[in-house]
Design a protein around this ligand. Structure first.
Ligand SMILES: [Zn+2]
Length: 284
């Protein structure tokens, strides 16, 4: 195991390291964004063809509304930080699916799916923004890419990395097939690690704040989720950041999220609705 980490350290230094927006964490990135996107779009298309859309027009419109605002926040964040190229391939889509599971996901490329089973816990538009911010956070932090990269490093070791480093066309093909195999195998819809869950929470708070939602709403949302227990939950509790750990981390991150909120929307005033700063200068 130690050797594996040493090896990863060398690989990361040589070739394949990127940093997560907002948190700045360095991550292993052996797979190209295009490969992840191709693989995830295929899975999305398969899913959409078989899943049942909700017929609740009001709830569907609310998912769309909150989703557009979160997407707008992400675009504003990347524009302001001069990193627009990182989401150049995003084409947002927002869906509410008739499914009793307490779940939601956002695929790389901005394909967002919410299940009706989570609506009793989100309760309103701001609650939805907590969920959407979190899911978009996974996509923006490229957690699927990172997971695939670790799979490659673990399964193929130095030989796999050697292939990646030499860039002959047969190599590219070999690596491509590895990535597609992994895409199907580890998928982009499988549970994320605890570290990734907490990081998605962090990014989600920032994005919802930039979108004009009060990030404090994340606390009561997670309290409602923790009260309902584990039944039927796939993504959200699958890797068990314990409720207390999760809520404690969110509390620590709230002041940062509120700074973003105030940079965009001005000081929070509960008697008047937020409006964007008139000079439209965002500082973050
Ligand atoms: Zn998650």
């Amino acid at each position: 195991m130690k050797k594996y980490f040493l090896f990863l350290g060398i690989v990361a230094g040589l070739y394949a390291c990127s940093s997560v927006p907002v948190t700045g964490r360095q991550q292993l990135s052996l797979v190209s964004d295009d490969d992840v996107l191709t693989s995830s779009l295929q899975q999305y298309s398969d899913y959409i063809q078989t899943a049942k859309k909700s017929t609740d027009k009001t709830a569907t419109a609310l998912v769309e509304k909150a989703g557009r605002k979160i997407a707008g926040a992400v675009e504003a964040y990347f524009k302001t930080t001069n990193q627009e190229q990182l989401i150049a391939n995003y084409q947002w889509e927002f869906n509410l699916m008739d499914d009793p599971q307490v779940n939601a996901f956002c695929m790389p490329g901005g394909k967002i799916v919410v299940y009706t089973g989570i609506l009793p816990y989100t309760q309103d538009e701001t609650g939805l923004a907590v969920v959407l911010g979190h899911e978009v956070g996974h996509a923006i932090a490229k957690h699927a890419n990172e997971r695939m990269s670790h799979q490659i490093a673990a399964q193929y070791g130095e030989a796999g990395i050697g292939l990646l480093l030499s860039k002959s066309s047969s190599t590219v093909q070999t690596v491509g097939s590895v990535v597609y195999g992994l895409g199907a195998e580890v998928g982009v819809m499988l549970p994320f690690s605890r570290k990734h869950e907490l990081e998605a929470d962090h990014l989600g708070l920032i994005f919802m704040a930039i979108a004009g939602y009060d990030p404090n709403a994340a606390i009561p949302f997670w309290e409602r989720m923790s009260q309902q227990g584990n039944k039927g939950i796939l993504e959200f509790f699958s890797t068990h950041p314990s409720d207390n750990t999760r809520i404690a981390e969110i509390k620590k991150e709230l002041p940062e999220a509120i700074e973003y909120y105030e940079a965009v929307w001005g000081k929070k005033n509960t008697t008047t609705p937020a409006s964007k700063n008139s000079n439209n200068q965002w500082h973050f």
